[in-house]
Structure formats: C-alpha cells, structure tokens
Design a protein around this ligand. Structure first.
Ligand SMILES: Cc1cc2nc3c(=O)[nH]c(=O)nc-3n(C[C@H](O)[C@H](O)[C@H](O)COP(=O)(O)OP(=O)(O)OC[C@H]3O[C@@H](n4cnc5c(N)ncnc54)[C@H](O)[C@@H]3O)c2cc1C
Length: 474
C-alpha cells in the first residue's frame, strides 16, 4: 500500500465527501480520471501522489482547504503556476490547494495598479496590463506563476528599471494558518507585507496581489544575439565592461548553452556550445538599437535577432525551450563582477556541462533593484551586480544526479559564502534558506512566522521555521 492509499483511507470517504460538498471548486482524489493531470507540476523530477487536490474557485475554498489541512494534520502544498523547482507545490499524501482557476486580473490605468489573483501566470498579467501600455517586472518564461515568483523576489526583463517584482508589491490578500482573511499593505499589517516581499510562501495563502505598474511598450527593443561557445570568456569580459555604463532601461542576461537546431543558426553550429546574450530595452524603442549595440558586438556574431517587438512577444520568446515534464534542478549564486576569477570559474563550469539541455544563466542586476534599501523588503541581497542560475536538466531520471552535482559545483565555484536566491534553488533545507537571506532579515522573518504561522502549517516551501516550541504554541 502506498503512502497515498494509507492517508486516503485514514481520512475516510465521509470526511473528504463533506469537504467536497462544501467547496465551490472541485476536489480531485486518486479515484478521479483527472487525478494524474491534477497532481502533475512543471518539474518532472517530482512525481508525488497527494491524498487530494482542491481546485480552488475562490477565497472560500482556500479558507476551507487551510482549515481542513490543519484539522486533519495533513501536509499542505500551495500551487500557483506549479513551477517550483524543488517540487513544493505537491506532496505525497497531503492536500494541494491548486489556485490556477483563480486567474482574474484587474488593471487600473489611472492609478497604475494591477490586481491579480494568485493563480495567474505571467502571460495573464502581461496581456491585461499591456492592453493599457503597463507592466510590472515579470518572468522570462510566460507560463511561470506570479505567486511563487513574486513571493520569492522576481527577476525579469524590467528588473533594472522597475526593481524586483516584490519591490512593486503594494498589497496582498492572504488567508493565514488560523483561517483568517487579512489584507497586507503599508497601512494594514505592514510587517506581513514586508515578509511577503521576498520571504516566500511561509506566512499563509495569498489569494491576490496588488502591484504598482509602469509604462512599458507595447513595443520594446529586444531579442537575442548569439556568439560561438569558444568566445565565452571574451563575451563575459566584454559584457562586464559594457554593463558598467548600461542605462536602467536595459536588462540583459547571458546564457552559456548548446546551439539548438533552429533555422536562424547555421547548421554547422547546431549541437555545439553557443553563447546567447538576450534581453529588453524598455526605454523609447527608437533608442534601443544604440543602447544594445555594445552588447551585440562583444565577439564575432553568429546571429543577431534584436529588433523592435511587442513586449508580450519577448515575454514568451523562450517559452518553447522550457517545456513541462523534464527533470530539472536549479542552483544559484549572487556575485559582484565579471572579473578574471569569476569568468574563469564560469568558463570552467561551461566546459564541463554534462549535456546539451543544461546551461548557465547570468542575469545582470543592479539599477532600480540596488536602490531599494536592504531592509525595506525581505529580499535583502541587493548589493551584487549579477546572479548565476545554473539550470541542470535531463529528460528523465537517467543522469539526473550527475547533472545536479554539476549544478551544485558550478554555483559553489563562485565562492562558498555566495548568497543564493530561493526561487532559483532546487532543494529545500535550512542551509539553503539561510544562505538566501542576510542574518537580520532571517531573524525578522522568523518573528513574522512566529506571529502568523506558529505551528508551521506552511512548511512545504523554502521554510523559515517558527522559533517558538510546540509547548509555547497556541
Ligand atoms: C521555466 C521557469 C522559468 C523561471 N524564470 C524565472 C525568472 O525569470 N525569474 C525569477 O525570478 N524566477 C524564475 N523562475 C523561478 C520561479 O520564480 C519559481 O519557480 C516560482 O516559485 C514559481 O512560481 P509558481 O507560482 O509558478 O510556483 P508554484 O510551484 O505554484 O509555487 C511555488 C511555491 O510558492 C509558494 N506559493 C505559491 N503560490 C502561493 C500562494 N498563493 N500563497 C502563498 N504561497 C504560494 C509555495 O511555497 C509554493 O510551493 C522560473 C522557474 C521556471 C520553472
């Protein structure tokens, strides 16, 4: 008998039946034909079997789900877009609250605000906001959920101009562990808002987010330029030099990867190492050519696909490269500059890349993100110009341990004490979570956890455990 069967039997038909009756949405259990689809998440490495999944249709379903998990002692997983790399949005034998049906967006063009329900993907928010020429920093892949993304920080093509996504979070509705429905803003529960801006899913189930929006596009100057893999060191050094003078409107990343068999790349380079520099100039589109030019002449060019394009087109340009179901492991490290030592470490990891699906992403940060004081939000690592995200992938279990090992060593090569980013971390565990927050931030997050989730109901996440012991708990 599996864990799921045991848990399901222990819960009993009557209990689940009562829950199902009380919901507006659906309760999916292992007997349902839709169970396999309902339990799957983006990362194929996490094939778990929950006792039940609630497809929530509103706040009332979320409240019932939280109360049910608490009263039955079930592990509780919260799912927005389902893109968690460590697989936190599912669990064996637990209850999953799937918010994907809650995907309404309301844009207020006059106040420049976006209110989005927690099940939205970036493609939902971008489409609605762009109808009014607005945007907030969103994901590089449009199928990523806004919820986990925002709560962990949020690095995207507007990060240097508009800051992290969480820097633009001005309000949130949230169901806490005791089933209360609270609003967090500067005026109401401000410490909770502070924690939601980078502290992850530790404090409750956010049901909707309110963002400050910015005028963007609809046409931006954006795209990708490709260089040969053998020019990696030259490109990295040149990028570092050019980046020092880049305007905030320009956010770019470097991808050390393997050439896919795409028609705009010469056939002889397919399957060989290739370096992509990609990103967005979100200032006046007519200034984009000049602003991006220093980054499009870093070495002999294989192909240059930068051009004016709709912001929403850029937001989904690389979607096909990140399909659902592959086995994925990510690891990350913030770093300060593209000096000799760092470039050597990056190129050395690149030459040892274990397969054509695995790659090194280097995001250029700085700009508006750096100007937010480190203690203003729970996202405290703001003094580094770059972050490395190592993406290690296999089609299935074969070779997965080896690629994960490579990813860990590639980020470790940038220094043992390098801070990491919860959203680019493929595993949980105290050590990883602590490495993602400055000490003072971690202590403050623990105090918020003590107040809003003293029994650690929300622990399937990059967990910040409460400091109070079980006998002190309410
Ligand atoms: C293909 C891909 C591209 C990515 N690109 C970027 C990128 O460009 N920039 C970047 O910064 N990150 C990026 N990431 C990382 C991404 O930010 C995280 O994986 C994030 O957790 C995804 O959010 P989600 O809602 O889709 O995930 P989910 O798996 O649904 O949720 C992840 C976790 O967030 C918490 N959570 C989710 N919803 C709620 C809620 N409503 N209330 C409380 N807690 C909640 C839970 O702890 C949950 O386990 C990417 C990931 C992938 C797989």
């Amino acid at each position: 008998m599996t864990t799921t069967d045991t848990r399901h039997d222990a819960l009993g038909e009557a209990t689940l039946g009562e829950l199902a009756q009380a919901l507006r949405g659906e309760l999916v259990t292992p007997e349902d034909p839709s169970y396999d689809e309902a339990r799957s998440i983006w990362n194929g490495a996490h094939d778990k079997k929950p006792a039940a999944i609630i497809r929530c249709h509103g706040v009332s379903d979320v409240v019932r789900g939280v109360e049910f998990a608490r009263s039955e002692g079930l592990p509780l997983a919260i799912r927005g877009g389902g893109h968690s790399i460590p697989g936190f949005s599912t669990s064996d034998g637990g209850l999953v609250l799937d918010l994907s049906a809650m995907n309404g967006v309301r844009v207020d063009p006059d106040r420049r605000r976006i209110v989005a329900q927690a099940g939205c993907l970036w493609q939902d928010v971008d489409a609605e906001a762009q109808a009014f020429g607005l945007a907030v920093t969103g994901g590089l892949v449009s199928t990523t959920g806004i919820a986990g993304f925002t709560l962990g920080g949020g690095i995207g093509w507007l990060v240097r101009r508009c800051g992290l996504t969480c820097d633009n979070l001005v309000g949130a509705d949230i169901v806490t562990a005791d089933g209360q429905y609270l609003h967090a803003s500067e005026d109401e529960n401000p410490e909770l808002l502070w924690a939601l801006r980078g502290g992850g899913g530790n404090f409750g189930v956010v049901t909707s987010f309110e963002f400050r929006a910015h005028e963007v596009g609809p046409t931006v100057f954006a795209g990708i330029v490709f260089y040969r893999g053998e020019d990696a060191a030259r490109v990295l050094h040149g990028f570092g030099g050019a980046a020092a003078n880049a305007a905030d409107e320009l956010s770019l990343a470097i991808n050390l990867t393997t050439a896919p068999p795409l028609p705009f790349l010469p056939e002889e380079i397919h399957g060989k190492p290739i370096v992509a520099v990609l990103g967005v100039w979100s200032g006046r589109a007519e200034d984009g050519d000049a602003a991006t030019r220093p980054f499009r002449a870093l070495a002999p060019v294989v192909a240059d696909l930068f051009s004016p394009m709709p912001y929403v087109a850029m937001q989904s340009l690389i979607d096909p490269l990140y399909p659902r179901g592959l086995w994925n492991y990510f690891n990350s490290a913030f770093f300060t500059d593209l000096g000799e030592t760092t470039v050597d470490a990056l190129v050395s990891s690149y030459t040892r890349v274990p397969n054509a699906m695995s790659e090194l992403h280097i995001h250029h940060l700085g700009g508006a993100m750096t100007r937010v004081p480190a203690d203003a939000t729970a996202f405290g690592t703001r003094d580094r110009e770059y972050i490395l995200n190592v993406v290690a992938r296999t089609p299935d279990a074969e070779g997965f341990d080896d690629v994960s090992h490579w990813a860990r060593s590639a980020s470790a090569a940038l220094g043992r004490d390098a801070a990491s980013y919860v959203n680019f971390t493929g595993e949980g565990g105290d050590e990883h979570v602590r490495a993602s927050y400055p000490k003072a931030t971690y202590a403050r997050l623990t105090a918020v956890k003590d107040r809003y989730d003293p029994t650690n109901l929300f622990r399937l996440n990059q967990n910040i455990p409460p400091s109070i012991t079980p006998d002190q708990q309410p």
